[in-house]
Design a protein. Structure first.
Length: 93
């Protein structure tokens, strides 16, 4: 029987969208949620589900998106206008 890696693959793909301004926040949370779901399924039914490392990579990429976004928003609010423009947050200037 072939193992399903759909949730793990979705997590990884959502995690790879870190370079899209503002949408990365939506896709980052999806990467984390899908990765956690995939790991839960893999632990409960290892004979049916696989892709643990894809899920872990998706969770890590999604987490990095949020850490960098929070840092960037903080720097933007502190007056670094170039960071605001780079992140697509010109309305915070």
């Amino acid at each position: 029987m072939k193992k399903s890696k759909a949730a793990a693959m979705a997590s990884f793909i959502f995690g790879l969208t870190f370079w899209i301004p503002l949408l990365n926040l939506i896709f980052g949370i999806l990467a984390i949620v899908m990765g956690l779901k995939a790991i839960y399924k893999i632990k409960r039914h290892p004979e049916s589900y696989g892709g643990k490392w894809l899920a872990v990579a998706g969770i890590l990429l999604g987490s990095i998106v949020y850490m960098l976004s929070i840092t960037g928003i903080g720097m933007c609010l502190a007056g670094y206008k170039d960071i605001c423009n780079f992140m697509g947050l010109t309305f915070l200037n």
